[in-house]
Design a protein around this ligand. Structure first.
Ligand code: NDP
Ligand code: X2W
Length: 338
């Protein structure tokens, strides 16, 4: 595939919260031409312009949403060089399999290719993975940490939103820790639950509440890619977008502030991550941007680290673009809103 030429891209799951953000970013990305916005074959939104569902996209993405039937799948295979999949996990596993060959790059925003073992999907996702042979092909797209692997990837599994915030905060200091498990509490805005309405996303029922205690599917994802045991508790908050993750860590005796500062200096060459000592990041400072803001605080051997991201951008669409940039040898930040 040619480098730095215009690449034909399509987004499947384009009417969703993550997919619509992706369409906006793809439409403005200098390497990409957005050629199609797809929903499921029987979708009530098929035929409607994306900018009718999301008026903020008027003049940015005016393409109609197309139902993904066998003819459009053939067309995607014939023309698309980059396919972004932003559907729920099981559909994504099927689509990636149907589209996977050496003619195009697949960037999957779902969880369908993030875990290594097929059995993990039965245990943590509640379905039997239909194409487990692809799990070993996928590169986990934690952009700041897997830059080398991403350069050659044909199937990229974009990390979950909570794992993105958690792993970016955790990985630099892992070698300084005295004990496991790491404790992580994280709060997400309601767009994290997707656009399909459910009772828990009704305005009248929104509050601040934990969920998925001891059994959220992001726990094994964090453990696998962080190689650390964690106790992870997500919470749903009464706000639209963003995640704030708080990590409680125990440093090994004798670890200094300078050791921690040097560990986080790893991000000096990664412009999407901003780190501050004694900083307490706020979601509003990263909303609508591709930044992850990290703040760390130390008292003796106790280390508390905060990480704030926009779940739909650094936690999904803009991280997908970082992965694409790394795949095509572009600067990580091309097309990423900062
Ligand atoms: N929301 C978030 O913060 C994040 C989401 N993700 C992941 O991204 C994916 C999308 O999430 P989100 O945007 O929240 O979900 P939404 O429910 O908002 O959107 C799902 C999209 O997929 C489409 N879709 C569903 N089934 C199919 C199918 N078989 N073929 C084609 N299109 C289909 C839907 O349209 P229709 O039903 O009309 O066909 C819709 O466009 C999920 O896997 C999610 O886990 C990842 C990180 C963060
Ligand atoms: C608030 C909320 O419900 N968040 C979602 C996670 C967000 C997300 O999309 O993560 P995946 O990509 O792994 O699906 C949840 O807890 O299921």
């Amino acid at each position: 595939m040619k480098k730095n030429s215009s690449l034909t891209a399509v987004v499947i799951g384009a009417s969703g919260y993550a997919g619509s953000e992706l369409c906006r970013l793809v439409a403005r990305h200098p390497l990409l031409t957005l050629a199609g916005c797809f929903v499921s074959e029987g979708s009530v939104d098929a035929g409607t312009k994306l900018s009718v569902l999301y008026p903020k996209l008027r003049g940015v993405v005016d393409l109609p949403l197309q139902g993904l039937d066998s003819l459009s799948l053939k067309q995607i295979k014939a023309t698309a060089q980059v396919v972004f999949i932003a559907t729920e996990h099981e559909a994504a596993a099927q689509l990636a399999y149907q589209l996977y060959d050496n003619k195009r790059i697949i960037i999957d925003l779902s969880g369908a290719h993030r875990l290594a073992e097929a059995q993990d999907y039965v245990t943590h996702y509640g379905f039997s993975h239909p194409h487990p042979q692809l799990l070993s092909e996928a590169v986990y797209g934690l952009a700041e940490w897997h830059t080398g692997l991403l350069a050659n990837a044909n199937l990229i599994a974009v990390p979950g939103c909570y794992p993105t915030a958690t792993l970016l905060a955790l990985k630099p200091v892992q070698h300084l820790l005295a004990s496991q498990p790491v404790i992580v509490n994280a709060v997400s805005g309601v767009t994290g639950a997707g656009r399909k309405p459910t009772h828990k996303t009704l305005g009248a029922e929104l509050s601040l509440q934990g969920y998925g205690v001891f059994n959220h599917r992001h726990q094994p994802e964090i453990e696998q890619h962080g190689q650390t045991a964690v106790v992870f508790t997500p919470h749903l908050g009464a706000f639209k977008r963003g995640i704030l993750a708080t990590l409680y860590l125990q440093l090994a005796e004798g670890t200094s502030c300078q050791d921690v500062a040097e560990a986080y200096a790893v991000y000096q060459k990664h412009p999407c991550v901003r780190v501050g000592y004694q900083h307490t990041p706020a979601i509003q400072d990263v909303e609508h941007s591709g930044y992850c803001d990290i703040g760390w605080h130390r008292k003796g051997t106790q280390l508390i680290v905060f990480a704030a991201i926009d779940n739909l951008l650094k936690g999904a669409a803009s991280q997908a673009l970082q992965c694409l940039n790394l795949r095509f040898g572009e600067p990580q930040t091309t097309g990423v809103p900062l």
